[in-house]
Design a binder for this molecule. Sequence first.
Ligand code: ADP
Length: 227
Amino acid sequence: MEATTAATEARPVRLLVFGRQGAGKGTQAVRLAERYEVPHISTGDMLRAAVKDGTEFGLQAKAIMDAGQLVSDEVMLGIISERLAEPDAARGWLLDGFPRTEQQAKDLVALVGADGIDLALDLDVPESVVLERITTRRVCSECGTTYSLGRDESASSGTCAKCGGGVVQRDDDTEAAVRKRLDIYASQTLPAVRWFGEQGLLVTIDGVGDPDAIATALAEAIDARLG
Ligand code: ADP
């Protein structure tokens, strides 16, 4: 057999990132996807794109998302199976926002196989901390960069420093919707996180502190697993 060292021919890297709303999951997911050269697949971003396109499905999804509820497991499985079948996913992927229920976790394993996931990372931040983070969170409606009121000029000016797009509050970042999402995270997503723990696939990383230090801790956990 011919030996190869080309990065593109290396074995795929398949990662899941968990973390309650406001844990910094999206920020870290983008960095990790870049580092491991895999597509960052965020089901929240995919659903928001459908909303923006104004499709009938998008309209239905918007009502569910604005109420802080979950899109059905069946619909999500359809979305994720299509996405993972795209060519860029052949070299691996980083899933952000899926699976979100124990059923979705089992659906994913049925889809990619028992050894089709390298590692699940849980970015752990207490509920009291994230509530404050989310209600001050603002996001660019064009490029998705997040900003924080009181910390970033773009959050108060409403103009994205990166792309010039409009910076707004997400429709589901109101306090009522956030509380609902945190409740659902505790009742539906935490069981899925524990399930990956039982499979020996989970590493928990403290998500409070310097984003660079957290990124390093995440990469160390992944590198240790990939060997
Ligand atoms: P957050 O983690 O802050 O709730 P996301 O961007 O991950 O934000 O998701 C936004 C919304 O999209 C969720 O509240 C939910 O309505 C919907 N959603 C995203 N991923 C899933 C999923 N895997 N299953 C069901 N609903 C989902």
